[in-house]
Design a protein around this ligand. Sequence first.
Ligand code: ADP
Ligand code: MG
Length: 362
Amino acid sequence: MASKTKKPSKTKEITPVGKAKITATTDENDDGLDLVEQEQETRTVTEEQIDEPTIEDLPGVGPATAEKLREAGFDELLAIAVMTSGALSDAAELGDAVASKIIQSAKKMANIGGFLSGGQLLERRREVMKLKSQVESLDALLGGGFETQALIEVYGAFGSGKTQIAHQLAVNCTLPVDQGGFDGDVFYIDTEDTFRPERIMQMSRGLDLDPDEVLERIHVARAYNSDHQMLLIDEIKRMSKGMNVKLIVVDSLTGHFRAEYIGRGMLADRQQKLNRHLKDLKQIADINNALILVTNQVHSKPDAMWGDPTKPVGGHILAHASTFRLYLRKAKGGRRIVRLVDSPNLPEGECVMEVIEDGLRD
Ligand code: ADP
Ligand code: MG
C-alpha cells in the first residue's frame, strides 16, 4: 500500500445529507435476526476498486432500468452477475432477453475478486499496525493493541464504557507511532449524540497532548438515521483523500438500524443494508490500512424467549464481519471487565480497566 503523505488537516463538519429525521426507539426483538443470513463475503480490496463500475455502466441500462434494478435490491454488479435471467427478470420486472443481456455484461464487468498466495497474504499482514489503548492489560489481551485492516466491535450494556473506548482510541490514534499511536486522522460517526469534544480534551491532557491539535484531527459527523449513516461513508471516502486516515469509529453501528427496522418482516432488509454498510467500512479499512471500531448494544430483555442479555445485537452478519469482538461490563468500584469474545488467532480472555478523568487506565 502506498504510504499517504500527511498534511495538516482542518476539522470539518460533514454536512448532513438528506432529511434529518430522528426515529424513536421502539421495543426490540432481535432474535429473528439469526434466521436471516446474508453471508458476508470477504474480499481483498485494492485502490482501483473505489472507482468500480456501477450498474449504470452496463450497456443498455438507462436510468429507468437502473432504478428498477436498484429498487429490487440489485445495486452491485456482482449481485447481478450471479443471477439467472428468469430470477432477475421476475425480481426487477424486466423482459427475459433484457435480463439475460444485463447478466452477461455484469459477468464481464463485475469484480469477482481473486486468489492471493499465502505469501502475498503474509505480506499484507506485515502491514498491520497496532493501536495502543494505553491500558496494558487490554493491549495484551489483543496481542499488542487494536489492529488495522480489522473491524473491532465493542458491545455491552448502556453505560458500560463503549463510548469511552471510542474516545480514547480517537485520541490515541493521533499519537506518534513510537508512542503507540498512528499519527493518523480519525473519522467519527456519532449516531447517539454522545461525542464530546470536552472528553477528548480531558483525555488529551491525560496523555500530555495539546487538546486543540488532537481535536483538529478528529472529524465528527452526527448521523440522523441509517441512510444518512451509510451516506457518510461516501463522504469519508471523498474527504479522506490526502489524509492519513487510520481510525474510523461508528458509535453506535446498530442503533438506527434497530430503531427503524422493526419486526420480522423487515429483518431481511435491515440485514442486507447492514451488510452493505459493513462492506463499505471494511473497504476503507483495507485501502487505508486503517482500523474500524464499531459499538453495539446487547439484547435488552433478560428473557430466554427474547434473547440473552449478554449477547450483542446484529445477528450473524455482524458476527462474521467483526474481526475482534469485545464484551464490556461494569464491575465493582467503577471498574470495567473487557472480554475478548472472538478472534481469528487469539485465545479468549478478560482484563479489567478503569475509566477516570484522564481516560482509560489499567
Ligand atoms: P456506553 O457508551 O457503553 O453507553 P459510556 O462509554 O458513555 O457508556 O460510559 C459512560 C461512563 O463512563 C459513565 O457512567 C462514567 O462511569 C464513565 N465516565 C465518563 N466520563 C468520565 C469522566 N470524565 N471521568 C470518569 N468517568 C467517566
Ligand atoms: Mg455510548
